[in-house]
Design a binder for this molecule. Structure first.
Ligand SMILES: Cc1cc2nc3c(=O)[nH]c(=O)nc-3n(C[C@H](O)[C@H](O)[C@H](O)COP(=O)(O)OP(=O)(O)OC[C@H]3O[C@@H](n4cnc5c(N)ncnc54)[C@H](O)[C@@H]3O)c2cc1C
Length: 496
């Protein structure tokens, strides 16, 4: 029988997790303690790699219909342009950042989840957990306080930065709170000097100011407030925001209406293990960082995609190799650490206080951002297409690009892991594919895909990363790689 999975939290990460598992035929339930779908704007940027991965379930098409495409990021200091990072050269079918409120992203995920017969159970809180070798006992509490226990085979905790699961497991959430207060909001405005297809970051001696266009007249604006005090930060109102814009911005911008505002402090924290037995953590439950760079939701969605195919193979009894589920922590924890590091660097660069350091920062950034290789490297980090798993325990030998690297999805051929079964895809030429596919019917797609590199067999994971490659006709090398995943179920340490 297929294992049952509980997903705690119906934010963007929990919904992605549930959707991926549901389309792979895994019985999944998703609960959330809030009364109904969230209508808050929160994360607005969806980067190319996330669009590529959500394309496999059809979600990206919905998002493209409502989002605003941004193809460049400008960095300015006063009148002076420090740099311009092009996103339209990203090697992706989606060479842009898509700006849309988080409630639209969650709505699209919920609709697709419903098409697989699963709907979030709201007003249902994960109150407690216990686990043993066979499963997870979850205590679920309704809003009237009544509680019941239910057993699942696996729990994926996508319950946000205050994760109950993380606390119950006693996992450390290591890191710091930065000493600056920030405020942000969505506004209607006039007079912005860039087209709606370009975002802009102003480095002002007083502090940073960022504009993310969600529509030609609607922007997410984020700005620093100054050093934190003992008091909680308070969001600015429209007049105060306007004052900051007049001092730090390009001039001539008029705010006409506030949609939403908030104030926050930046936490940079990561959990010390993404897996504890039968319980996994994903999204904000596992890592939180500066919103500069807008990576939070994207990184969490990619956590879910990384875990889903592995868990689905195990739940459906197609694989029991311990390294499959262990690789989730090995692959995603370094990514979380790097995102914290990179977004922290961006934040610190935007908020240096000394005038000497500001001048030095502007000089270096201007010089570096003029170099195309530096531009591409920075764009690759922001768009998350540069993320890969070079040290993954799942990597096999490689005769071409390094194992663990993202394989650029090109056309229909590039939809790795789409459909109802998470299978590896094999690119190449020759006659050995059919017998290989019949040897591993649940792990390998039946059809050979066209060669990516002449004379090379390339095996691509269901989440679109290169598993291994070998010279043509090396069918047995591919077979030995796949055989590692079919350890006998009874001897499964993954179930321990
Ligand atoms: C005000 C604000 C502004 C933000 N702005 C940006 C931004 O501009 N860019 C960016 O990238 N990111 C931003 N973020 C962060 C971004 O929203 C998160 O990274 C993203 O939502 C993470 O998704 P998640 O699903 O992991 O967690 P969440 O979206 O936090 O979802 C967790 C869900 O779990 C539920 N839950 C919690 N505990 C339990 C429990 N015990 N039982 C059941 N359900 C539970 C919660 O109700 C919630 O629905 C912002 C966040 C906030 C709060």
């Amino acid at each position: 029988m297929t294992d049952r999975v509980l997903v705690a939290g119906a934010g963007p990460v929990g919904l992605t997790m549930a959707l991926e598992l549901a389309r792979y035929g895994v019985p999944v339930r998703v609960i959330d303690k809030i009364a109904g779908p969230s209508d808050t704007s929160r994360a607005v940027a969806i980067w190319p790699r996330t669009l590529e991965l959500l394309d496999r379930s059809g979600v990206t098409a919905d998002l493209l219909a409502v989002g605003n495409r941004v193809i460049a990021a400008n960095i300015l200091s006063g009148e002076h342009r420090v740099g311009r990072i092009r996103l339209d050269e990203t090697p992706s079918p989606f060479p842009f950042a898509l700006m849309t409120p988080q409630y639209e992203t969650e709505g699209a995920l919920r609709r697709h989840l419903k098409s697989h017969g699963v709907e979030p159970e709201f007003a249902t809180e994960l109150a407690d957990i216990q686990q043993n070798a066979d499963g997870v006992i979850a205590t679920l509490r309704a809003t009237d306080g009544t509680a019941r226990t239910e057993r699942f085979n696996w729990l994926v905790a996508c319950d946000g930065s205050h994760s109950v699961a993380r606390h119950r497991l006693g996992l450390a959430f290591e890191g710091d709170t930065l000493g600056l207060d920030w405020t942000q909001g969505d506004f209607y405005l006039t007079g912005f000097p860039f087209p709606a297809s370009e975002l802009a970051i102003f480095w002002h001696p007083e502090g940073a100011l960022m504009f993310f266009p969600m529509a030609p007249d609607r922007y997410r604006i984020i700005t620093s407030l100054g050093p934190s005090t003992d008091a909680e930060p308070i969001p600015l109102d429209l007049d105060a925001f306007q004052g900051v814009l007049d001092r730090r911005g390009p001039g001539g911008v008029t705010l006409t209406r506030t949609v939403w505002t908030s104030a926050f402090r930046i936490n940079e924290r990561e959990v010390n293990a993404y897996r504890s037995g039968r319980i996994f953590l994903a999204g904000d439950a596992a890592h939180v960082h500066s919103p500069a760079g807008g990576q939070g939701m994207n990184t969490g969605i990619q956590d879910a995609v990384n875990l889903a195919w592995k868990l689905a193979l195990v739940c459906r009894g197609f694989s029991a190799a311990p390294m499959l589920l262990d690789s989730y922590d090995a692959e995603r924890r370094p990514v979380g650490a790097e995102v914290i590091h990179a977004s922290g660097r961006l934040t610190r660069a935007a908020t240096v206080e000394s005038h000497v350091l500001q001048a030095l920062r502007n000089f270096i950034a201007h010089a570096v951002l003029r170099l195309p290789p530096a531009q591409h490297a920075i764009a690759g980090i922001i768009t998350e297409v540069a993320i890969g798993y070079p040290h993954s325990p799942l990597n096999g030998p490689s005769a071409e690009a390094g194992a663990g690297e993202r394989v650029e999805p090109v056309g229909e051929e590039g939809l790795y892991g789409a459909g109802v079964t998470p299978r590896f895809a094999l690119h190449g030429d020759g006659d050995g594919a059919a017998s290989l596919a019949s040897e591993f019917p649940n792990l390998l797609e039946p059809q050979l895909r066209p060669a990516r590199v002449a004379g090379i067999l390339s095996l691509v994971r269901p989440d679109g990363y290169l598993a291994m490659s070998a010279p043509e006709e090396s069918w047995r090398e591919i077979a030995s790689y796949l055989a590692r995943f079919v350890a006998p179920i009874g001897a499964d340490a993954a179930h321990a």
